[in-house]
Every structure is written in C-alpha cells, then in structure tokens.
Write a protein that binds this ligand. Structure first.
Ligand SMILES: [Zn+2]
Length: 629
C-alpha cells in the first residue's frame, strides 16, 4: 500500500518537528493534531504490518535532520517517552473501544457521522476500525472522506472568546498607571474625571491611579479613596481599553480631588505570588524540560495556581526539586528587571517564550526578566527582588486535563507558616486516632507535610480528606492487640493492609455457614429461594460474596439484607432478570437499585423499610417462579 507508506513517512517527519518544538499531545489545539498524527501513524503501521515501535521511525528522521536542526536531538529522550506513553494509551483505548463498537452495532443498525467522531474522540476508535468490525458483523457503514479533517477541525478551532461588552464611556485621557512607575506605591492624589453607574454600581475614573485592575491572572487591588476626610471604599478595579474603572461604595462628584490608598497587605501578597509564579515557571523548565509552557495562572492572596503543559503527571521527586529550586532562586536574591521594550527587539532578544502568559497588544510590551530564571511579557505588578518572595511551598499538584498539569503553591513566610500549622494539626489528629490501634515509636515529625502527602497517596485521597478517610478505615477493621509501628506513615500503611485483609476475609464464606443458610431455603418447584432478613445471620461478611456463594450450586436465588440494603442473586441456570425487582424494592427504601441481570443491589435512606422491602422482593420472586412453571 504505497499511500500508507508515504503517509507514514510524512506523518513521522511532521511529528518529529512538532514534538521537537515542544508540542505535547493532548485534546486541544496543536496538541490534538500531534495526537491525531501519532494515532494515524500507529494505524498505518498496523496496516502495513510493521511491528517495532513508532519511535524507531521518528528516530530515523531525527538522525537525518540532526545536522540542520540540532535542537531536535536534544529532545530525543523526551520524544521517546511521549511516543511510548501515547502508544500505550492508544492500545488500551483500542481494546476498550472494540467492545464498545460491538455493543453499539448490536443495539443500533446505523452509525452516523457524529457518533463516529464521538467514538473516535472518547474511545479512540477510528472509523476504519468501526467499518471493519461492522463488516465482520455483516453490516456496512459509510465513512465520510474527510473524516480526519472533520475531527481536527473540531479541536483546532480556538474557542471564540466571548466579546466583552464594552461599557459606553465618554472620550477621556488615558489613566496614568502609577503602579507601573513604582509597583511599591501605596497611595497617591488624584482627580475624578468621570463618575457614573455601571451595572448598578458606582464607578469613578481618575486621572491617575495606584490601583491595579484585574488582569493577567492577578486579582484587582482593593482599598479606599479619601474624599475631604470621608472614606469611600474601593471594592473592585477593572480596565477598559486605556481607562481604569474603580468600583466604589459611594458616589463621588466629578472634578473632586481624592486620595487613593490601596490595601497594601493584599497587594503585597499578590505580588509575592505573582513573582513566585514566574520562579515556579523557571524551576519547572529546569526540572522538567524546555517544553514546559504556561497554560494559565490564577493568583490569590493565600495561594496561586500555575497550569502548564507537560506530557505526564509529576512525580513526588519532581515536585520536591521544583520547590527546592524555587526556594534557591529566592535565596539568591536576584533583581527582577521590569522594562517596557519594543516588541520586535524583545522577541529578538528573548524569543517567543516571552508570550507564555499570552500575547499582549501594542508595539511596546512590558517585559519581566529575572535573569537566568525566567523572562515573560507580563502586565502584573512584581517585586524588585526574588528574596522578597521569602518562601515557596507547593501544596498540591494535579493533572487537570490531558497534557496539562497544575501546581498549587503558597508564597510568603507567614502565609506558609500558617499552612504548616494547619498541616501539623491534621497530623496530630491522625496520630491521636491511629494511636488507639498502634504503638507508634516516633511521636513527632519534622515533616508533617511530606508525611501527610505520603499517607494521602496511600489512600488515594487529597490531604484535606485524610481525617475522615482514616476514621472510616478505623471503623471498618477490628484489632484485638495493638501492633507496633515505626511512625505515623508506617502505622497508616499497616492500617491499610489490615483493612484490605479484613475486606478479603469478609468475602471468604465458610462452608458450614453456607450449609446453615441453605437449610433456610424454600423450594419452589425445582428452584431454591433463600431469604435472609437478619443481617447478623451472615456474620458481618460481605453480603455480595455470601449471595454469590449461595447461588453457585445452581437452581438457587438468594435475597439478603445486610442492614444497609438488599442484595439479590440468581444462578445462571434460571431465566430471571432481577433488575426491575431491584428498582421496585429500592424505591421502597427511598433510593434505587440495579446491577447485573443476575446480581443486584438496592438501598436508600429509609432503612426502617428493610423488612417490608425484603418481604416484597420475596413475593415478586415467588410470583415470577410460579408463573414460569
Ligand atoms: Zn506574570
């Protein structure tokens, strides 16, 4: 198949450049095209019967191109890793997808284009494959010629930004932005040029201001205006074109002289987080690679979020290195250069990396350069020296979407100290709880945050859910003698293992118990119906496991109340669908029910109805069985 060979050669070359330039496969924009191309290449390889890894082909391109494009070989390792991750992901999707298509084709006869696109997007199943599978099932499906571009179109189009409604204002001279002249200016005198009402709120425009309007991920300043001795609150500040609008709580007549005063504590916290974000950005690039690209940021007084593109989740080690590097930058006390530069000159000097936070308008741009650490075009207010950030602590990291990671961090000594205090409180709480079941050797910790993170990942919950999670686990196990543990993490680890063991044991149903329970069964023709309405009869075992074990011998239906709900099971040799019964019984319990045809669960908030509900279930089943004869 010549077409496939040419296409494969072309795709892999294109991929070499895309990935070499730092594009990360994802579900949006350029990242999506990269993913599309990887999957197409893998399909062509399958079609042509090429066994080997896709990376081998890309590596061949890289070797050919190395002379003219030296930057490609620097990205070699990263590209290999990306291709491996994407290939595994694709193969897994395909396996799952096959089952989906088969189910789909059994239920429906026709598959339209929208469905095809969906199957491809959510399940990664290309129409070629749908067609093949359909053919195997004796069905014919039409695939539009332009399918791939159809899918690409869906993703590459940037979301049309909602046009912000501009508020009609008179022609006024631009507000002089004093916060750019000196980011540390806390007060100034100004004159009201315009006063009016916007969306029911009082707004003033001044000839100059120290108030920073919301923008670039940085929140607006708040503060006060002093008007001949009286205080007017500034609740919000926004920018419209070249004018700054102050939202105030009282009307101020035009031409009035006012004194502006910003809430400095708030602003300084925001500045710390803003400069801190640039440090984190620089640290990420060093630790994770040059392909890191800011995807967004949101600064608050207590913490900041930094989102960036990266092809996999961060390891704990990555996070520790990023945090420690950022704190090194702080300790070094690097001066933060803030200057307005000619756009093309800045681009020549620093490259397009400048535009991480978006591309600003105008011929001149504000450049924030922290030498050897980070340089960005940025309109925020920044500290003069990195030392003022004081301390950075990464609070959590998460993968917010495919290809994009988020780091949440706090900056500032006091701020971090307050957070650490909170962590210590959680640690102490857990210790007190777990201590009841374990003799823990280490009674204190120097690193509560690290330990909490470890414990949280052990239980797969966020740190703030640890208290209730541990409580739940403690409730669900029983220990006779206290065991010993080295430290809290160790104790939690043991707790987890015990819990797993207990759960497993709950699923082991002793033979003699089965015998006893079976004796309670009633015969309806050839079928045995076992109804257990007293939860203590199953001795706190897992009811699903008991029901499963009871029906294993065949010709049996079991119906068990475990005190929390009702479980019903039937053996495969009985033609009964338990699901409608589960729904009806679940309703009686003030909830619902469902599951598989021959194994259902039902429950709800009205546990006082358990006896009635199980009686009703019994009635329905008996009726059904009698009808069947
Ligand atoms: Zn910035």
């Amino acid at each position: 198949d010549m077409h496939a060979i040419y296409a494969l050669a072309d795709h892999t070359k294109c991929l070499t450049f895309m990935l070499g330039d730092g594009i990360i496969p994802s579900n949006v924009k350029a990242g999506y095209l990269a993913r599309l191309m990887i999957r197409r290449s893998l399909r062509f390889m399958d079609k042509l019967g090429i066994n080997g890894s896709l990376f081998t082909l890309i590596d061949m391109h890289m070797n050919n191109l190395a002379k003219d494009f030296p930057h490609l070989s620097k990205a070699r390792e990263r590209i290999q890793e990306i291709i491996e991750i994407e290939t595994t992901k694709y193969r897994e999707l395909l396996e799952r997808g096959k089952r989906v298509v088969q189910r789909f084709l059994t239920e429906k006869k026709h598959i339209d284009v929208e469905t095809l696109v969906d199957l491809y997007d959510t399940h990664g199943i290309h129409p070629d494959m749908v067609k093949q599978l359909a053919k195997d099932m004796g069905k014919d499906i039409k695939i539009p010629e332009s399918f791939d571009s159809l899918v690409a179109e869906r993703h590459s189009g940037e979301k049309e930004k909602e046009e912000k409604k501009t508020f009609a204002l008179p022609e006024l001279p631009s507000t002089r932005l004093l916060y750019y002249k000196d980011t540390y200016m806390k007060e100034c005198k100004a004159r009201v040029l315009w006063s009016g009402i916007k969306d029911g709120k009082n707004v003033v425009i001044l000839d100059k201001t120290v108030f920073y309007p919301e923008g670039g991920g940085q929140l607006a300043d708040t503060g006060i205006l002093k008007v001949s001795g009286k205080i007017v609150k500034v609740n919000h500040v926004e920018k419209q074109n070249n004018l700054v609008l102050h939202h105030v709580d009282k009307q101020i007549p035009e031409d009035t002289e006012v004194e502006c005063e910003i809430n400095w504590e708030r602003r300084y916290a925001l500045m710390r987080h803003h400069t801190g974000t640039h440090l984190i950005n620089g640290a990420c690039r060093i630790v994770l690679g040059d392909h890191i690209w800011q995807a967004g940021s949101q600064l608050d007084v207590n913490e900041a979020r930094f989102d960036f593109s990266h092809y996999k989740s961060l390891s704990e080690r990555d996070v520790e290195r990023i945090e420690s590097l950022a704190n090194d930058f702080i300790e070094k006390g690097v001066n933060v250069e803030k200057k307005v530069m000619d756009r093309s000159e800045a681009e020549k000097l620093y490259g397009f990396r400048l535009y991480q936070g978006g591309v600003p308008e105008g011929r001149n741009i504000r450049v924030i350069n922290i030498p050897d650490i980070d340089v960005e075009a940025c309109g925020g207010t920044h500290l003069n020296n990195t030392r003022e950030v004081e301390r950075i602590k990464i609070l959590k990291t998460e993968r917010i979407q495919d290809g994009v990671n988020r780091l949440v961090f706090a900056a500032g000594k006091e701020n971090v100290a307050r957070l650490e205090e909170k962590e210590q409180i959680i640690w102490n709480y857990l210790y007190k709880k777990v201590e009841k079941l374990f003799v823990i050797k280490e009674k204190k910790t120097d690193q509560p945050s690290r330990e909490l993170k470890e414990i949280a990942s052990l239980f797969s919950v966020p740190v703030n859910k640890l208290e209730q999670t541990i409580e739940k686990f403690l409730r669900e196990i029983s220990i006779k003698n206290k065991e010993s543990a080295d430290n809290l993490t160790d104790a939690c680890q043991k707790l987890f293992t015990m819990w797993k063991k207990t759960n497993k044991e709950k699923k082991k149903v002793p033979e003699n118990l089965l015998k006893t329970l079976k004796k309670e069964g009633q015969k309806i023709d050839s079928i045995t119906l076992i109804v257990i309405d007293q939860p203590d009869k199953i001795m706190s075992l897992d009811a699903v496991a008991v029901a499963g074990a009871l029906v294993k011998g065949g010709k049996t239906i079991a119906c068990i109340s475990d005190g929390q709900g009702i479980i019903m099971a039937s053996s495969d040799d009985i033609d009964i669908d338990l699901r409608p019964i589960a729904r009806e019984v679940g309703k009686m319990l003030g909830g619902g029910g469902g599951g598989k045809k021959n194994m259902v669960k039902c429950g709800g908030s009205r546990l006082d109805q358990l006896q009635n509900a199980i009686k009703r279930a019994e009635e329905i089943i008996i009726q059904y069985l009698k009808k069947m004869q």
